[in-house]
Structure formats: structure tokens, C-alpha cells
Design a binder for this molecule. Structure first.
Ligand code: GLP
Length: 325
């Protein structure tokens, strides 16, 4: 399998006579969509000459960006490679002349036929965090930047990649006890909000829609820490549970402001703090982009404990993959 670095150089070489890469679009659904959030945040912040977009596949295929064409790279992700709107997104992107990279777990899935390059990733127990879907998406963004205009913190980023696996597994051990207490405390609640901001926001979004709602049938919404004061804080009271994602890096002051308020007027707040969980060994220049991988892999420790305490397996579905939708 080619590395992301090689895939990106291949694309850039093929586009050299066409004006090069100017647009980068990330397209997927659900957990795969959330996994692209760090890549989008990275290019938004670091790139001067590349335009980035992150789309739900259904929205993308019904409202294609005007700039979709031979100067675009489209990165799609589908775990099973069979989500119809994501397959259609890849197909349309190619028809418009864009280069398409597909990230999938199932290498012989229907998605593959519509991609120019296909990458698999690690998944499941004992996976290497540096090789999982989120990081591959992020790497596509980092390589696209490095190989076009250059990325001043490229070496710091690769240093972060080399550290993230160890940080995550230590963090998972660190929260093991706490997750059991959380599960007992919250097992009978019918709503749990998540709160987050910054490049790691997608992890809290995923926790809300794919875990609390999809896998536990608990009402939830992901509240942006900065937006908290512009509506959601009015529901704060002593009974309402908040699962609070406190990031390391540039988003931290935004998160802290919301957390300080919640600590004053709320009572039931579960805080996962990237600083406490050891993310700070990654350089400050790039730390923002590693929050997602940390939180997204620490949450399953809580989720397994919660599912057990509620006697509601994480695999239970009413509608997903069962009925027409
Ligand atoms: N909770 C699942 C996600 O985990 C999954 O990512 C998504 C799309 O599926 P896929 O990634 O296979 O396209 O569907 C749901 O949202």
C-alpha cells in the first residue's frame, strides 16, 4: 500500500499541468465525517493557498462546490465502504475531474471502484492510533500542505504522530476507574450533552451522535464551548449532565470559560481533560490536531462501562442497517 505522502505526490504530479491543487474537500457521514474534522481544522488554520471544505456526503452530492474540478482533491471515508451517498460523492467528484482518495476498512467495498487511491487504516482493539482513520485524514491535509506551500511545523507534527499511540493507551488506563464511576452515576439519565471546541470538536460530536444517540439511545447534542453562552447555557441546572471535553492548545480558553460557568451553576459535569491525560508532551505548535485522536479513543473506555451498566450493548440498533432510509 502507498503511503499518504506517496499518494499526495502522485496527485500533485498528475495535476502539475492543470494548475495544481487548490481545493481540498473532505466528504463522509457520521463517525467518518467526524474523523475528518481535524484535517479540516488543520487546513483552515495553516494553509494560505489551499481552500478546504468538510461535507456530509448527502449534502455534498446535492450541492456540489462550484470549484469541484481538476484542481480539487476529494478525500472520502466510509468504514464499510457501502454508504450510498459517500459512494455517489466519490463518483461525482471523479466525473468532475477531481482526484479522489478513499479511506475504508473494507478494501473490496463498492466505494473502491470510484477512488483513484484507496487507503486502509487500523481499527479495533490494540490498533495503532498513529495509523487510524483520523490520522490518515489528517496526514492527507499535512502532506497536501507540505508538498504545495510547505508546512513550517511538519517535523513537529511527525513527532506528535510518533507519540500519540503511547499517550492514548496511558490515558485509557488513567480513566478506567473513573469510567466505571461515571457509568454508575449516569446510567439512568435520558439526556447527556457533550461540550467541546477547536480541532477536536469532531470527537465530542461523534460521542454525541454515534454513541449516546445511536448506540445508547440517550438524548444528546454536541454544544460548542464558545456557542454555549449564546443559548445552551440557559438549560444549566443541578440535574442536567454534561460530558465536557477540555482540549489542549488554542481552544483551551474557550473551553475553560464554559467549564467555569458550568462548575458554578451546574453540578453533574464529567470532565475529560487533555492536559491531565498527557497530551502536552506533544509540541504546542501542533498539539491542537491531536486532541481528536486522544478523546476519540478515551471515550470508548467510558462507553463500554456505560453500555455494561445500562445493559444496552453498543451494537443495538432499531433502524440502522435494518430498515430503508
Ligand atoms: N455510527 C456510524 C458511524 O460509525 C459510521 O461511520 C457512519 C457511516 O458509515 P461508514 O463510515 O461505513 O460510511 O454511520 C454511522 O454514523
Amino acid at each position: 500500500m502507498m503511503s499518504m505522502k506517496e499518494i499526495v505526490s502522485g496527485i500533485l504530479a498528475s495535476q502539475v499541468d492543470k494548475g495544481g491543487v487548490k481545493y481540498v474537500y473532505y466528504v463522509a457521514c457520521g463517525g467518518s465525517y467526524a474523523a475528518f474534522y481535524p484535517a479540516k481544522a488543520f487546513l483552515e488554520k495553516e494553509a494560505k493557498g489551499l481552500t478546504v471544505g468538510l461535507y456530509n456526503s448527502g449534502e455534498f452530492i446535492n450541492n456540489l462546490p462550484s470549484a469541484l474540478g481538476e484542481n480539487a482533491v476529494v478525500i472520502v471515508a466510509s468504514h464499510k465502504g457501502n454508504t450510498p451517498e459517500t459512494i455517489k460523492a466519490a463518483e461525482l467528484a471523479r466525473q468532475h475531474g477531481a482526484s479522489v482518495i478513499g479511506l475504508t476498512w473494507v478494501m473490496d467495498s463498492p466505494l473502491v471502484a470510484h477512488c483513484d487511491y484507496v487507503e486502509s487504516y487500523t481499527f479495533g482493539d490494540n490498533k495503532d492510533i498513529a495509523e487510524e482513520k483520523t490520522m490518515k485524514g489528517l496526514l492527507s491535509a499535512v502532506e497536501l500542505l507540505q508538498q504545495t506551500e510547505g508546512y513550517i511545523h511538519y517535523d513537529d507534527f511527525l513527532d506528535g504522530v510518533s507519540k500519540i499511540n503511547r499517550i492514548v493507551y496511558r490515558a485509557c488506563e488513567h480513566v478506567a476507574e473513573r469510567a466505571l464511576t461515571f457509568a454508575q452515576e449516569y446510567k439512568d439519565d435520558n439526556v447527556i450533552y457533550t461540550v467541546a471546541s477547536g480541532a477536536g470538536y469532531g470527537a465530542a460530536y461523534l460521542q454525541s451522535i454515534c454513541i449516546f444517540m445511536e448506540m445508547q439511545w440517550i438524548h444528546s447534542a454536541c454544544i460548542h464551548s464558545g456557542e454555549f453562552f449564546h443559548g445552551p447555557f440557559e438549560i444549566t441546572d443541578a440535574n442536567t449532565p454534561f460530558f465536557f471535553q477540555l482540549s489542549e492548545g488554542s481552544a483551551r480558553p474557550v473551553d475553560e470559560r464554559a467549564l467555569n460557568f458550568l462548575k458554578k451553576y451546574g453540578r453533574r459535569i464529567e470532565v475529560v481533560d487533555a492536559k491531565e491525560l498527557g497530551l502536552s508532551t506533544i509540541k504546542t505548535t501542533v498539539i491542537d490536531y491531536f486532541n481528536h485522536s486522544l478523546f476519540n479513543n478515551v471515550y470508548p473506555v467510558y462507553n463500554r462501562a456505560l453500555a455494561m451498566a445500562r445493559q444496552h450493548p453498543l451494537t443495538t440498533r432499531r433502524y440502522m442497517w435494518k430498515v430503508e432510509y
